[in-house]
Design a protein around this ligand. Structure first.
Ligand SMILES: [Zn+2]
Length: 309
């Protein structure tokens, strides 16, 4: 008698999106893993924003673990979910937050267009394609990154925090009012929709990939749970910091540091001399944005404030 140890059934499908003027086709590869004992289906997505590269290798690496460990879950994996975004760079810098090539009028953020699902545009057809894949899943895990420096964090509905509280990701940002983001749209489809922010954008490091894999390993009980993380409310505790004046910016704080209101945060070099910028908040510096020559009122960073409870 022969035993077939390979229980996971694997298929790959390539979905066409649209052709460019020169006749090249943008397409999406979908990898499906079906296990006979699976009780749920999980959708794994990387690269929704073309600038946010870290999730792409995390999903590719985890696909190997699905097969090697014969995980008893059904998976739909889309490691490169946005080929238009991935191919967007200007002078060697990734720029794929929106469709700069063909849609300059609207410049929709790729992660804010769930409502375009039934529109015949390029963006509508693309988001329709991805959301159709999620239709057959119970849970969607969408891997992003943020800024040019960022502490890893995760967004989810406050009712779904249990899914991410013990993954080892340091900050959980809970929301109650869904936006038109991918995960929020998935939530409104009656599913679990989680957005991971693995670290900084544009770069990929081995440490970021390993951290992302460890979050997934804890999610699927391959690793024991981490200690419980606390949740912060997006509506009350996540605060944007805008440039109080324009110039050339030099930071004095790193992400992950706790800063006090009034503490020196950065120096701005302006035509009227050097100005010291102080923090308007007491909290953790969560994300820094790449701009170092901000216009007045341009977003520079996000802070996570302690709970007022
Ligand atoms: Zn993103």
């Amino acid at each position: 008698m022969t035993m077939d140890s390979s229980f996971v059934q694997f298929t790959r499908e390539t979905l066409p999106l649209h052709q460019t003027a020169s006749g090249c086709t943008y397409e999406i590869d979908v990898y499906r893993y079906n296990h006979p004992n699976a009780s749920q289906t999980v959708y794994l997505q990387g690269g929704l924003h073309g600038i946010e590269l870290g999730g792409v290798p995390v999903v590719y690496e985890f696909m190997e673990e699905i097969e090697r460990l014969q995980l008893a879950t059904n998976f739909i994996a889309v490691p490169q979910s946005n080929p238009m975004g991935l191919d967007s760079q200007i002078m060697g810098l990734q720029t794929g937050y929106n469709n700069l090539h063909t849609n300059p009028q609207n410049c929709w953020n790729w992660n804010r267009i769930g409502y375009l699902r039934h529109e015949a545009s390029q963006e509508g057809h693309w988001i329709h394609t991805l959301l159709n894949l999620v239709e057959t899943a119970d849970i969607s895990l969408d891997f992003h990154t943020a800024g040019f420096e960022a502490v890893p964090h995760v967004y989810c509905h406050t009712e779904q925090v249990e899914h991410v509280s013990r993954l080892g990701i340091p900050h959980i940002l809970g929301w109650n009012t869904p936006s038109h983001s991918f995960s929020d749209t998935v939530y409104q489809m009656g599913k679990v929709g989680i957005t991971f922010e693995l670290g900084c954008s544009r770069r990929v490091t081995g440490a970021m990939i390993e951290d992302g894999l460890n979050y997934l390993r804890r999610f699927f009980h391959i690793l024991p749970p981490a200690s419980e993380a606390t949740m912060s409310l997006v509506s009350q505790q996540l605060k944007k910091w805008y440039a109080p004046l324009s110039g050339v910016l030099s930071w004095h704080k790193q992400v992950g540091e706790t800063v006090q209101a009034g503490e020196r945060l950065a120096t701005m070099y302006t035509r009227k001399g050097k100005k010291e910028l102080t923090s308007p908040y007491t909290g953790i510096l969560l994300i820094k944005y790449p701009i170092h020559a901000p216009h007045e009122r341009q977003e520079l960073a996000k802070f996570l404030l302690p709970s007022s409870m």
